[in-house]
Design a protein. Sequence first.
Length: 67
Amino acid sequence: MAKNMLPNMKAGGGLLKKIVGAVIALAILALVINHPHDAAGIVNSATDQSGGVIDSVVEFFRDLGHG
């Protein structure tokens, strides 16, 4: 089976991937500089949600073992 299933698409990425990454990094930097309080709220919200996901997965496996 071929490594790359889509024609004309490089598997290793390229210029477009670097440009998108740079734009995202600049957007995050601008958010932190211009609105530090909002940026902190976004980070706190994301960590709270990811912690809830981890707790749910752990609870699922605990129930799976006891069921």
